[in-house]
Design a protein around this ligand. Structure first.
Ligand code: MG
Ligand code: MG
Length: 253
């Protein structure tokens, strides 16, 4: 069942999203070679709790941390650890914040130090696919329009869409209907209506689109070890067009 939100509820979700943007800005100021995921996780949790909010991921189905930190061939759901980031790493940082009961969800892929041209291309095209998806988040469009926009950019750049992981509705719960695949056919799927809020999150690899779950039962990596990227916004569909509730990129502020 898709739960739409009233304009007042969207404003409350935007407040949660604004806090999440502050968390990502803090993390962006901290990421560099030598820092560890554990350090970032602690800083994020401190900021979230200092504002009276809750880290949405921590304890979710037993997940042990505030952030998902997924380096290089890891696509999503990495548990923060004490391994220092290395120059040239490509690291997805995903975070959820619950403020006054409303969840916001957003991820950014960071280039640590100097990355290869191939890694930079992957991160940039994944972001471009997300920005293309935002444009599709208007009343009357369908979920397939979002997926088709992501898929068009990704595959047009010679990259692969991970299909076994998808975006999702978000609100009082982190995962609500509908599912939002990063592939699809225009005009297909659930219709977008004002008040719908969805987390759109392209997950993209350079090689195979197939993924495997790690020994910790959380981390999901590309099956062939190829580099992966992940970028995510929480987006509201409104009469006035797309409203990005986690505007961590200048193009959507
Ligand atoms: Mg997320
Ligand atoms: Mg998400």
């Amino acid at each position: 069942m898709i739960v739409t939100k009233s304009p007042t509820e969207l404003d409350a979700m935007a407040a949660s999203g604004a806090l999440l943007v502050r968390v990502h800005e803090l993390l962006t100021s901290m990421v560099r070679p030598g820092i560890t995921g554990k350090e970032l996780d602690r800083a994020a949790e401190e900021l979230i709790r200092s504002e009276g909010a809750v880290p949405s991921f921590k304890g979710y189905q037993g997940f042990p941390a505030t952030l998902c930190i997924s380096p290089n061939d890891m696509v999503v759901h990495g548990i923060p650890n004490k391994m220092p980031f290395q120059d040239g790493d490509l690291v997805s940082i995903d975070c959820g914040v619950t403020l006054d009961g409303w969840v916001a969800d957003a991820a950014i892929t960071h280039e640590i130090g100097t990355v290869t041209a191939e890694a930079h291309h992957l991160a940039e095209k994944t972001l471009e696919s997300l920005l293309a998806a935002v444009e599709q988040c208007v009343p009357g469009n369908r979920v397939g329009d979002i997926g088709a926009a992501v898929q068009g950019v990704v595959e047009g750049a010679g990259l692969s869409v991970v299909r076994s992981l998808v975006g999702h509705g978000v609100g009082r719960s982190m995962h609500e209907d509908p599912q939002v695949p990063n592939y699809g056919k225009p005009g297909r799927g659930a219709k977008l209506t004002p008040g719908m809020v969805i987390a759109v999150e392209p997950m993209v690899t350079i090689g195979s689109p197939e993924v495997v779950v790690g020994d910790d039962d959380w981390a999901i990596s590309s099956v062939d070890g190829s580099l992966a990227a992940h970028q995510e916004f929480t987006i509201a569909v409104t009469e006035d067009g797309p409203r990005v509730l986690t505007p961590w990129h200048p193009a959507v502020k």
